[in-house]
Ligand binder design. Structure first.
Ligand code: ASP
Length: 438
């Protein structure tokens, strides 16, 4: 049994968290490959090391001394080291880095990658595992994608049965320069390691006991989702829930490796299991997997008499958006009308040009824009072919006086998407949660 364990920033925030990580890793002999993030926040008012590193780089760019911030970073790591009783010499590494920083000879990517680098060095020393640098195996192509074959075989050549710790978030370009993933990218490093080594499971340890059924800022104490498919997760994250970096799923899904989201602060909790599909239904009463959503959409709707009998009207409307590089989220339609739902922020800069072009090219009978729309998505693989779910959703919202502005459901029935006014967003999520979960 081989488990890849990835620990996020909050699990690496101080020496106490390092001890929790050690207890988790040593509790299971399958946990031999550990991927770590940079130290995260210790409390609400604290700073993530990665943020401080970006800040350092910005200072240098503008010719401002970054020493106070750099010292803050250094002392976070030295504090962890001393508290754990380790003797690793980090001082000379930090001094060499500072020298290069002052000489402006460190790229932004290389600088911010040092957060995970130092985390991994410390964790390797603490666990008595080998340190395997991500720069020695995660190989980027020139276009910024990962060369999976080259990376996988490089990692296989570096791991020989003993425990290893790998820094997340970065790899190396063909010319040897360090390159990072986008923010939150240590999740991808873990997924790549799992795929490279054909792991049995990819455990992603964070500070919540799994993916929650709804946003805890909206619903008080929402339940965790025990089981979710990759497809459902895609729907949940597309519509608003932030769980894993979006580049995480592809490498593990390709190899059929399940992902288990776990909580470092509650290691007994089973967390959330993410798989292609589930053979047995452990909770037949639960029809909805999760409820999520996003605010601030605009609906551009047009009607044109006789449109249903004309060919190409929809295409000409959509091609206006395409020309402006606007990605469309939903296109609910009637017989002689169609609406295009897009994030307001994306469409706002060119809205009037778009409207003028639709007017000119599509010649609609009416054209209108509705703002302040929120999208609410009820996601669940078990909704498919089960009558009554949408009825229950509409009844619950109706009884709470929430007006539904748009309805969208694909034939795979994986989700039901509703448009409501921004002002009703939080209440709509609470109403759905209460009627399906409580
Ligand atoms: N440390 C990086 C960040 O804060 C990457 C990660 O933690 O996944 O974005």
């Amino acid at each position: 049994m081989l488990k890849i364990t990835k620990f996020g920033g909050s699990s690496m925030a101080d020496a106490g968290q390092y001890r929790k990580v050690r207890d988790i890793v040593t509790a299971d002999p399958g946990r031999r490959i550990v991927v770590v993030s940079a130290a995260g926040k210790r409390d609400k008012n604290d700073h993530k090391i990665t943020d401080l590193l970006y800040l350092c780089h910005a200072h240098i760019q503008y010719g401002v001394d970054c020493s106070p911030i750099f010292d803050q970073i250094t002392s976070r790591y030295l504090e962890i080291r001393d508290d754990l009783g380790l003797t690793l010499d980090l001082e000379s590494d930090f001094a060499a880095l500072k020298k290069r920083l002052d000489a402006k000879s460190v790229s932004q990517d290389e600088l911010v990658s040092r957060g995970e680098y130092f985390s991994a060095r410390l964790m390797a020393a603490f666990l008595g595992f080998d340190f395997v640098d991500a720069a020695d195996w995660i190989k980027f192509n020139m276009d910024g994608t990962v060369d999976q074959d080259a990376s996988y075989s490089a990692l296989r050549g570096l791991v020989h049965g003993t425990g290893v710790v790998i820094p997340g978030f970065y790899g190396v370009m063909p010319d040897g320069r360090i390159r990072t993933f986008s923010r939150g990218g240590s999740d991808i490093t873990g997924a790549l390691a799992a795929a490279a080594l054909d792991a049995d499971v990819y455990e992603n340890w964070t500070d919540v006991s799994g993916i929650l059924m709804a946003d805890p800022r909206i619903v008080e104490n929402p339940q965790a989702i025990p089981e979710v498919t990759y497809d459902e997760l895609r729907e949940l994250s597309y519509s608003g829930a932030q769980v894993l970096h979006e580049g995480t799923i592809f490498p593990v899904r390709e190899k059929g490796i399940p992902v288990n989201i776990r909580n470092t602060n509650d290691p007994e909790a089973p967390g959330t299991m993410i798989r292609e599909s589930f053979q047995t239904d452990t909770d037949p009463q639960r029809f909805i997997t999760g409820i999520t959503g996003k605010k601030d959409f605009s609906i551009v709707s047009m009607s044109k008499r006789g449109m249903s009998n004309q060919v190409g009207v929809l295409r000409s409307m959509l091609s206006v958006f395409e020309r402006h590089g606007i990605s469309i989220d939903y296109t609910p339609n009637g017989i002689d009308n169609v609406s295009v739902v897009v994030p307001t922020e994306a469409v706002a800069p060119c809205l009037y040009t778009i409207l003028a072009e639709i007017q000119q090219e599509v010649k609609p009978d009416s054209l209108a824009v509705h703002d302040q729309i929120a999208v609410v998505a009820a996601v669940g693989r078990k909704m498919a072919f089960r009558p009554g779910i949408s009825g229950k959703i509409f009844a619950a919202l109706g009884q709470s006086g929430i007006n539904i502005r748009m309805i969208n459901q694909g034939p795979d029935e994986l989700n039901i998407i509703l448009g409501v006014d921004n002002k009703d967003f939080a209440e709509a999520i609470r109403v759905l949660y209460n009627s399906f979960v409580k």
